[in-house]
Write a protein that binds this ligand. Structure first.
Ligand code: ZN
Ligand code: ZN
Length: 216
């Protein structure tokens, strides 16, 4: 993967490590991590700290043998996890996302949501939602704000908004303070994975009407 410029926040990585993120956000985090060495390393350090905290809470006396056995178990488990998180060479989607789509980009069942934009909502818990978005080259997603947190991970192509440019692998973390109009760059459709824990706040009347149907 080429250079990733926009990463996950420490807060998100810590909550992912602690297992307290909604499933929809966890999918975006897992997908970014499978593409990003930097965030994967950072997550590793949070996992280690989390492990130490657990040790502090529950001290257990262990014989040398059981300690060695536990360490072996942890090492084996870690190597299993590493296998699961390793990016897949073929295809557009990283493995965590392929599991949710039951396939790759070619298997996505797109539904039009207006303005040329298509989506596929992925099945997760109700506390947040996650969808694949396809924004045709040169097309804008209407100007909107956010009631909660929105994570947008670019999988293919790139988009720009008032704040920055986001290319494949980059993740934009938006919250209540941010209004934006993402526009897919000319030349290639932009495919993103976007999760949010509250409906977006559209400024225009037409997008507000369309929003009901798109559940975005
Ligand atoms: Zn990263
Ligand atoms: Zn947004």
């Amino acid at each position: 993967m080429k250079t990733i410029k926009h990463h996950l926040t420490d807060d998100l990585l810590m909550r992912y490590s602690a297992g307290t993120l909604p499933e929809a956000f966890s999918l975006v985090v897992a997908t970014h991590i499978s593409l990003c060495d930097e965030c994967r390393a950072q997550l590793g350090s949070f996992d280690a700290v989390g492990g130490e905290l657990v040790d502090d809470v529950a001290p257990v006396a262990m014989s040398d043998e059981s300690l060695a056995a536990t360490l072996r178990m942890i090492i084996e488990q870690k190597s299993d996890e590493a296998e699961v998180e390793a990016p897949r060479e073929s295809g557009v989607f990283p493995t965590p996302l392929q599991n949710y789509v039951s396939g790759d980009l070619k298997d996505v069942k797109w539904r039009k949501i207006g303005g040329g934009v298509s989506q596929m909502v992925l099945q997760t818990g109700d506390d947040a939602s996650v969808r694949l978005l396809r924004i045709p080259a040169g097309t804008a997603v209407p100007d909107h704000g956010h009631n909660g947190t929105e994570l947008t991970l670019v999988l293919k192509g790139a988009f720009v908004d008032e704040h920055d440019r986001f290319a494949a692998g980059d993740v934009e973390v938006a919250n209540e303070d941010l209004n934006h109009t993402p526009v897919a760059e000319a030349g290639e459709d932009c495919i993103c994975l976007a999760a949010s824990d509250a409906p977006l706040v559209f400024k225009g009347l037409i997008p507000r009407l369309a929003q009901k149907f798109a559940r975005i």
